[in-house]
Ligand binder design. Structure first.
Ligand SMILES: Nc1ncnc2c1ncn2[C@@H]1O[C@H](COP(=O)(O)OP(=O)(O)OP(=O)(O)O)[C@@H](O)[C@H]1O
Ligand SMILES: [Mg+2]
Length: 567
């Protein structure tokens, strides 16, 4: 603390001092040495007890492998507590299986088994009927972080980072010392390969523990088994919940699920035989490309002319747009892209953003669709009213995305609980970090009382409602590697709000109509109760016979009944 000036040594300018109201001058409060002087001089009068030299530090400085980093920071990957770890490991394998089946055009059939081996010890197995994995790729996929087929491709998929399944294997190894086991076959007549793999975290490289050909019945597919420390719980955030929600968002998939202590296999049959539309990979849209990326793309392009680079390496750049960009950047269309200087690249970057370029193509997305959302919800949720909205695609940072919302209301859903909010990204249910997610923030930003629900300030609405919210994108902006919550880009929250409001309006007309019905029914039952009395009164006043009175009562009841069936 000795280098700090004593309190009051330099008076601060107050209302009475001459400098009051003026912007402070640099160093106005400090007569001490300048930053440059300080950097050159040693701190006077201080005897360091321990002091590193640049050389001694140099002996300690070395590369950190990505797997060492994530071993220390496994919470970033979703392995921060045993309950979450069990869910994350299953989720990574299930995501991959569904992705692989869809990419191969196969209707997915998944088998998910959880075997409890000890109080906190489990063996999980996820098996699919997908295309299988080529033998030489198996060790790298399961024994190396950041290795995958989806990171460099701009199209909608559940996986995007190339880290999921190897991280799950790494967590298993870390907590039980056991290898990840993989069985895979790529087609009928081909051998089924069985591997046991461990990750060498220092090198981020696979170590093969076993590599054999085995007897395995399925004609094609992959089975992944991991032993890990975890906790199995039912209810919120549970694997059971995740599997059920996966079935809702993937009505084209069939899942067999064996959970610990279960009486047998839970079967989620498919609700649709149609595969989702196949998403096409797109090139980056010029608006979404940052300067650094643009510079790298110019260096790496195989095109020999600037206009050709723009047309070939980006989406939506036509001859005319390429010409306009070059003109706005004051660069010749024939310039060699490899020789564009940094300043010129900056001009190009500004020019790109000043020229009108069509929105990116949206066939890179594969929405669930209103019909499928409805069939998924109806299959699993005991509600009385269902509605769904699938919005047209929009763009954030050059990445196409779209929002879909489904609502299930009434029926056997609990009336006094907070609304059940199911969040999905690229068809994957999100179980954790609800409050940090753009979906939750958008739901909270809406006044649900205007749609006929009750809501306390800053809370989710209350009522027999289940909200299903899905974001599909070529790159979902997750807030962390564990892919649990979505970042609140303004373009995304805008679309979310519009979809929620659209469904909200439909819900409110349903609620109003339902209330009217209940009211009318009340009135009718009231009238019904009095019909016999009206009969008696009329008989007495008009001197009618008993038979005429009974006929009158039957007619009146009939009229009432007909008014009911007209509804
Ligand atoms: N069951 C499977 N069938 C076929 N291929 C698979 C299977 N599981 C994984 N793969 C391949 O292995 C790659 C790596 O999987 P991994 O889960 O590590 O990353 P990812 O799915 O690409 O991205 P993310 O980290 O976001 O999950 C995938 O990109 C895919 O090509
Ligand atoms: Mg994955």
């Amino acid at each position: 603390m000795d280098s700090l000036p004593a309190a009051g040594a330099t008076p601060l300018p107050g209302p009475g001092t001459p400098s009051a109201g003026k912007p402070p001058e640099v160093n106005a409060l400090d007569n001490g040495p300048s930053a440059a002087e300080s950097l050159q001089n040693e701190t006077p009068g201080r005897k360091p007890v321990r002091r590193e030299t640049a050389e001694s530090l140099a002996t300690k400085q070395r590369e950190i492998s990505v797997s060492e980093f994530f071993t220390k920071n496994r919470h970033l990957l979703g392995f921060d507590n045993p309950q979450k770890a069990l869910l994350t490991a299953i989720k990574e394998a299930v995501d991959n299986s569904l992705d692989a089946c869809e990419e191969a055009g196969i209707l997915p059939v998944l088998k998910v088994d959880i075997d409890q081996l000890g109080e906190e010890r489990f063996r999980i197995a996820v098996q699919d009927n997908g295309p299988g994995i080529v033998k030489s790729q198996i060790p790298k996929i399961f024994g190396k972080l950041l290795y995958g087929s989806k990171f460099h491709v701009l199209k909608q998929a559940r996986g995007q980072q190339g880290i999921g399944i190897s991280a799950a294997g790494m967590y298993g190894l870390l907590t039980t010392g056991k290898s990840i086991a993989v069985t895979s076959r790529t087609g009928p007549g081909k051998p089924a390969h069985y591997y046991e793999i461990q990750i060498d975290t220092r090198k981020n490289a696979p170590q093969i523990i076993a590599d054999t050909v085995v007897e395995w019945e399925p004609p094609h597919g992959t089975r992944v088994e991991i032993e890990l420390v975890g906790t199995y719980k039912r209810g919120r955030h549970s694997v059971d919940d995740y599997i059920r929600q996966t079935a809702i968002a993937n009505p084209h998939g069939e899942i067999f699920y064996n959970f610990p202590g279960g009486a047998g296999t839970l079967h989620f049959p498919r609700a649709s035989d149609t595969l989702p539309p196949e998403p096409r990979a797109i090139k980056p849209h010029p608006y979404g490309v940052e300067l650094g990326v643009l510079i790298r793309m110019l260096k790496e392009t195989s095109a020999r002319r600037l206009d050709l680079t723009l047309k070939r390496d980006f989406s939506r750049v036509s001859d005319r747009v390429a010409e306009e960009i070059c003109a706005a950047a004051n660069l010749r269309p024939s310039s060699n892209p490899h020789q564009i200087a940094a300043q010129e690249a900056e001009r190009l970057y500004k020019a790109i953003n000043s020229v009108k370029v069509m929105s990116p193509p949206t066939n890179c997305l594969s929405p669930i669709g209103e019909e499928q959302i409805l069939s998924g919800m109806k299959k699993e949720i005991p509600a009385a009213f269902f509605t769904a909205v699938s919005r047209s695609p929009a763009v954030y940072r050059g990445n196409p995305f779209l929002v879909e919302v489904g609502m299930a209301y009434g029926g056997d859903l609990p009336a006094d609980d907070l609304v059940d909010l199911l969040r999905f990204a690229n068809r994957v249910p999100l179980q954790y970090q609800q409050s940090g997610c753009a979906i939750t923030k958008s739901v909270l930003s809406i006044d649900w009382r205007s749609y006929g629900l009750s809501q306390s300030k800053g809370a989710l609405p209350t009522g027999p409602l289940m909200l299903f919210v899905h974001i599909a994108s070529v790159w979902v902006p997750f807030t962390s590697e564990s892919k649990e919550a979505i970042a609140a880009y303004p373009e995304i929250t805008r679309e979310l709000r519009l979809a929620l409001q659209d469904c909200g309006r439909r819900l409110s007309s349903h609620i109003r109509a339902r209330r009217r019905e209940v009211e009318e029914e009340k009135k009718r039952s009231y009238i019904e109760r009095y019909i016999p009395h009206i009969g008696i009164a009329l008989r007495e006043i008009l001197g009618m016979s008993k038979t005429a009175e009974q006929e009158l009562v039957v007619t009146l009841k009939d009229v009432l009944e007909r008014s009911r069936s007209r509804e």
